[in-house]
Design a protein around this ligand. Structure first.
Ligand code: 4AD
Ligand code: MG
Length: 443
């Protein structure tokens, strides 16, 4: 009879109340009291408690469960029973348990249900991901990516993937990862932007989603050296258009996670009141006003150093500004000289760039950076030279201003920063399957 039990997953087990089913997974944990064993199984879709009383299972099955070690792989057959007190609403009365591979008693699974230091956990990331909290974060990441692609796909954007091996910098030469490209020097891409600008001139509304690389020397909770960016780029769009797009986009991501991953948000203990009101419109703040806000904060003793107009915001500045709002705040028109070479100057005040940074609430800092792009050929050429960039590598990029140039704009959102904020995590290293940072490239 056990041979014929239908195979299901823990997530789907509610559809089989009263039936005998088979699940395939691992032993997560176990409680035992003499004649009664409560093995807790996980299968990647969820966790369920089994019940095995000595007088109701065969001696072999009881012995198997009694000696079963955490994270041993096991195929379990049992009868599904609704139980209000059970976390998922169901328990499994165990009938049979077949062990595939038993974790040795004297070399147990290293991630025990106790506190470990972060270095130990990162060193064992390949195993740490099996714990419910990490699995929940990874499912939320997947939902955010699904929602991001869906957002653009549903609005007439074409996905156009830029190259990862590139001959030149997009976001400053100080964070380039060099690679040897046969006899030439090349770099891992910092952003797909320049290439999707070309795509926007061909297809109108495009986006890219892929890995990007920055040799960041900063060891902060916001920086990875390899991260995933989603970047829309739109022909004929101006700064205001992409600000509106950004607030709708972020709201869509947050509301999708609330709608589709409520159980995972619960597992990680996220305060939903902080997410529920993330809906357009978002506050807009000019750089000038943001500077005033920081200076007033300094006068009140809430900001340590006095911020002078003209500089770029550091993490503490961004944290203070965002703490004044309960939604992401869109800071626009930074001084040209602290921003990237390709940004269009504000015609009213050429010392400012037509750009926007979206700062997430709760101190998560910048999650989106975007701008209108320089439209004029000569001006762009001048900027490339001013920034010491190799003109020859940018010939094709300049061509876009020669052959039917139009105003165009776009932005980039780092998926990991968005996941960190939406999940309320301390550090971006938990938001990606295997984080790459200044100090880590293993496992
Ligand atoms: O502001 P950034 O540098 O903008 C660009 O790369 C533009 N070319 C994007 C565009 O307009 N198409 O980076 C965009 C976003 C940041 O707001 C942040 O979310 C993320 O990428 N990001 C990082 N995330 C993790 N680790 C890092 N080291 C990051 N650097 C940027
Ligand atoms: Mg930026």
């Amino acid at each position: 009879m056990t041979e014929q039990a239908p195979i299901t997953t823990i997530a789907e087990i509610g559809k089989h109340d009263g039936e005998t089913v088979t699940i395939r997974g691992w032993l997560y944990n176990k409680r035992e009291s003499g004649k009664l064993i409560f093995p807790i199984f996980r299968d990647g879709t969820g966790v369920i408690q089994g019940v095995a009383p000595k007088n109701q299972v065969t001696p072999e099955v009881f012995e198997t469960l009694h000696t079963l070690t955490d994270e041993s792989s096991v195929i379990v057959t049992g009868k599904v029973r609704a139980d209000q007190r059970a976390p998922g609403g169901f328990e499994l009365d165990v009938i049979d348990a077949k062990v595939l591979q038993r974790v040795p008693e004297d070399d147990p699974f290293p991630i025990a249900r106790k506190e470990h230091g972060i270095d130990f956990l990162m060193e064992n990331r390949h195993l740490w991901v099996r714990t419910p909290r990490q699995a929940a974060i990874l499912r939320i990441r997947a939902e955010i990516i699904r929602a991001a692609r869906g957002f653009f796909d549903d609005r007439g954007f074409t996905l156009t993937d830029p190259p990862i091996l590139t001959p030149a910098a997009c976001e400053g030469t100080s964070t380039l990862f060099p690679v040897k490209y046969f006899d030439e020097d090349a770099f891992l891409t910092q952003s797909g932007q320049l290439y999707i600008e070309a795509m926007a001139m061909a297809l109108g509304k495009v986006y890219s989603f892929g890995p990007t690389f920055r040799a960041e020397k900063s060891k902060t909770r916001r920086h990875l050296t390899e991260f995933w960016m989603v970047e829309p780029e739109i022909a004929y769009a101006e700064l205001n258009d992409i600000m509106e797009l950004a607030e709708n986009f972020i709201s869509h991501l947050v509301q999708s996670v609330i709608a589709h991953r409520p159980d995972d948000l619960k597992i990680i203990g996220r305060d939903l009141t902080k997410l529920e009101n993330i809906k357009p419109p978002f506050p807009r703040l000019s750089y000038d006003d943001a500077v005033k806000m920081l200076q007033e904060g300094h006068a009140k003793g809430a900001v340590e150093n006095r911020f002078e107009w003209g500089g770029d915001f550091g993490s503490p500045d961004e944290t203070y500004i965002s703490s004044q709002f309960d939604k992401p705040v869109m800071v626009h028109r930074y001084p040209t000289k602290v921003k990237a070479f390709y940004m269009e100057p504000d015609p009213q005040r050429p010392e400012l760039a037509l750009c926007v940074d979206v700062l997430a609430p709760e101190g998560y800092g910048e999650i989106i950076g975007g701008s209108q792009r320089i439209g004029d050929y000569e001006q762009l050429r001048k900027r490339i030279l001013e920034h010491d960039l190799p003109e020859a590598s940018f010939k094709w990029y300049l061509d876009l201003r020669k052959y039917g140039g139009v105003p165009h704009s776009g932005f980039g959102m780092g998926i990991e920063r968005a996941v960190a904020w939406i999940c309320g995590l301390e550090h971006v290293r938990e938001t990606i399957p295997f984080a790459r940072t200044l100090t880590r490239i293993y496992p």
